[in-house]
Design a protein around this ligand. Structure first.
Ligand SMILES: C[S@@+](CC[C@H](N)C(=O)[O-])C[C@H]1O[C@@H](n2cnc3c(N)ncnc32)[C@H](O)[C@@H]1O
Length: 264
């Protein structure tokens, strides 16, 4: 995957589908939040789990505490990290390859945000009290390298929280561009190889539904983005990616899992 261009100039070809979805839309989302109000920021900026119940579960599982340093790798627009800061009092550090998403996250939440990919995290070893990586493993072929880097940041016994889109059957038909979903076995093997013990995993669908008030704020931001950019080809490209993902989830070919693991 390429590192991001700015939201002014992504061409609509090749892996620019990922750029449209994660980079260009990030800037549009920030603009929509600016118009709708700051209470829209966290729901709109959660691009992986999109659910406060899932994020709360993961925070409790990882025993996040006030003042602890949470590194969010592949942080997107920063919604999950902002949720964790608000709910658990953590001090987040964001790493994200898309420059437009980094900029949007910094402007929305003001956290330290570094541009970088998960397989070469620009952070010193052992400096995280906890690491989150939500909705990212399925966007890279370099799963082992990503997990090894997450492990490098953690002292033994420290927690890792993942949200992973898992292939319930393989091969997955018509996957969105740039995605490669691990099976349950592949995920378990990759975590073990990287030096993690899995403590618990739950299907996100088993947790309480996303509250209406949260969903309404997400919907308002999406409508504002569609109103402002609905005739932009990158909007349609991002939408097509999301629709393909939605079909895979509703058919049961892919499902979302929350994983709490600890570094050995
Ligand atoms: C589905 S979004 C999830 C964003 C965020 N974690 C959340 O839950 O809102 C996936 C994110 O992973 C990022 N990403 C893709 N490949 C990556 C890699 N190799 N290392 C780190 N992040 C990556 C994308 O730019 C995108 O922001």
């Amino acid at each position: 995957m390429t590192t991001a261009k700015t939201d002014g100039g992504s061409p609509v070809d090749g892996d620019s589908a990922m750029e449209a979805e994660f980079d260009v839309v990030a800037g549009w989302t920030r603009d929509a939040v600016a118009a709708l109000g700051p209470d829209h920021a966290i729901p709109a900026a959660c691009r992986g789990t999109a659910s406060p119940t899932a994020l709360a579960w993961l925070g409790e599982a990882c025993e996040l505490g006030a003042g602890s340093r949470l590194v969010d790798a592949g942080a997107g627009v920063g919604g999950p990290a902002a949720f964790a800061a608000e709910r658990f009092g953590v001090r987040p550090v964001l790493v994200e390859p898309m420059v437009g998403a980094c900029r949007a996250a910094r402007e929305l939440f003001g956290f330290p945000t570094v541009a970088g990919t998960g397989d070469r995290l620009p952070l010193a070893s052992g400096t995280a009290d906890a690491v989150w990586c939500l909705g990212v493993l399925c966007t890279t072929e370099a799963k082992g390298a990503l997990l090894a880097e997450l492990h490098r940041l953690l002292a033994p016994g420290r927690p890792l929280g993942l949200f992973v889109l898992v292939a319930e059957r393989s091969p997955v038909p018509d996957a969105p561009e740039g995605n490669s979903f691990p099976t349950h076995d592949e995920l378990a093997r990759a975590l073990d190889l990287a030096g993690f013990d899995v403590v618990q995993q739950v299907a996100a669908a088993e947790l309480a539904a996303t509250p209406r008030s949260w969903q309404d704020r997400m919907d308002r931001v999406e409508r504002a983005v569609a109103d402002a950019h609905g005739d932009d080809p990158r909007f349609h490209q991002a939408e097509e990616q999301e629709e393909r993902m939605g079909k895979l989830m509703s058919s049961g070919a892919v499902s979302g899992w929350l994983v709490h693991a600890v570094a050995r």
